[in-house]
Ligand binder design. Sequence first.
Ligand code: ADP
Ligand code: ZN
Length: 599
Amino acid sequence: MTQTAKEILRDVFGYTEFRGHQEETIAAALAGRDSLVLQPTGGGKSLCYQIPALLSDGVTLVVSPLIALMQDQVSALEQLGIDAAYLNSTLTAVQQRQVVERLESGQLQLLYVAPERLMQERTLELLQANRVCLIAIDEAHCVSQWGHDFREDYLRLGELRQHFPGVPRMALTATATMQVRAEIIERLELADPAQFVAGFDRSNIRYLVQSKLDAKRQLLDFLSAHRGDAGIVYCMSRKKTEATASWLAAEGFDALPYHAGLSAAIRSEHQRRFLRDDGVVIVATIAFGMGIDKPDVRFIAHLDLPKSMESYYQETGRAGRDGEPSTAWMVYGLQDVVRLRQMVDGSTANETHKRNERVKLDALLGWCEVTECRRRSLLAYFGDTLDEDCGNCDVCLTPPEVFDGLEVAQKILSAVYRTGQRFGAVHVIDVLLGKDNDKIRQHRHNELSVYGIGGELGQQQWRSILRQLVVLGLLSVDTAGYGAIQLTGKSGPLLRGEMDLPLRRDLLLARKAAKSKTKPKILAIAEEDRDLWEALRDCRKRLADENNVPPYVIFHDATLMQMATEKPQSPEDLLEISGVGQTKLDRYGPRFLEVVRLG
Ligand code: ADP
Ligand code: ZN
């Protein structure tokens, strides 16, 4: 009797419904058609090729750039009772021979392989001699030279069309833009592919952006709602990741640094801890994250700004792959704006490239300052729309106060002008505040008409306004020199009062917001079920260690949570729980039922 995709979904994976375009994507593959699958991270791309693999004769090849991930993916499949293996340079000769034997005997259902390995003559010959039913190309955007993860060894994958005529190829990616999409189709030589494009909204992620006042204090406030959760804190520099990690450790978090300057051994140990243990916080530069497939990362915190909306979306996308509530939190300030502008302007890239980088950076900075639903404007950047405000971002939760900023802006511009456009933000603000210090006296700025005209606001508020004016292009920062604030072509109309200038009053508000409003919806466990939940987590951790896999490979949080709430009493009850399929029921069911019974 032949099984249907739906039956496999239920019996093997333990899920009742397909998500998004999974069903159509599977049907296209089974019908032998090439396809391009575009889904946000966590959308469930892997099932799109795993289910056809189980329904077809022959082996499904999965091309993946990330050798480090293959092992986890294969062990996750093995836990489901699926025959899967990988071929890469980490295997010994004996292990490789065993994989080849399984392939030749026809039992192997999925074979993961790195692109450079796949394109070797002898690998191609080996595979051609066996029956390949589908080729899935994961992280397909790596073929795009304009994308951010370009990989030379992806370029040759177009040749697969000649090597495996008639075998459908499925390209999968979470990268959105039309340009990258077109490049994937062209370079992989997909033939009239069916395209399955899902929306980019990650509705389980709460977006919180605050202006930077006392970053440490703010981070601690934020993390207080996330004790015991796994998360990533991104920082700009290596030094800062180390300092932040030790400070967080002193504050009682299981925090570890990660950056390219650490030895390979330390890096892989920290990554292993993050994957295998519950509740580890990694403090990292952007060197960390690519290929981290951990589904239960509960928060991403940015202590420094990423360089574009694309990076932000990718980095925050690592939160909540399992669909459970998660938070993307970020602080930014004038200093970030200046530093990032300097980085772009000071780079040695050609002018066109720099111009692109500037446009991208400005989009991000503008987004930080938005006064409308943050999710809506994030999605708009990627050409996606949202019908209603999301109710799950800082703007929706704590609408910022907007005020008429014309007068205060004119004061800043005048101070910049009168001091000769040669000074940085700190000095300009000191002049406005009428501070008495050496620098002011030395330049006789206490004799200027603008001296002390800004007493109505505090230093933080002036910084906020200055930052907004820089982002709006009404002031600029001399990035080649010492960060002097200068007027721009747009300053004139402002000085003459010929424009409206709504600004956000984010400062004092942000401090309060950090304490009260940012508490995320944490995993929904009732108080009385907490003990059982913890006991289930312990049981999962023991099984994970026994099997040498990460805990989430045994069961996801959502599955354990449902167990804690519904307290299944029999194997039949357990099968009703999402994420429990037949194989896992047989293997682990008794242990978990025991915990519930004792619970
Ligand atoms: P992606 O590769 O798109 O980031 P994955 O394939 O890793 O996403 O899937 C993300 C999570 O969603 C996985 O834990 C997977 O088991 C789960 N998932 C996928 N499809 C379904 C479904 N139809 N119902 C419930 N959970 C699903
Ligand atoms: Zn919103």
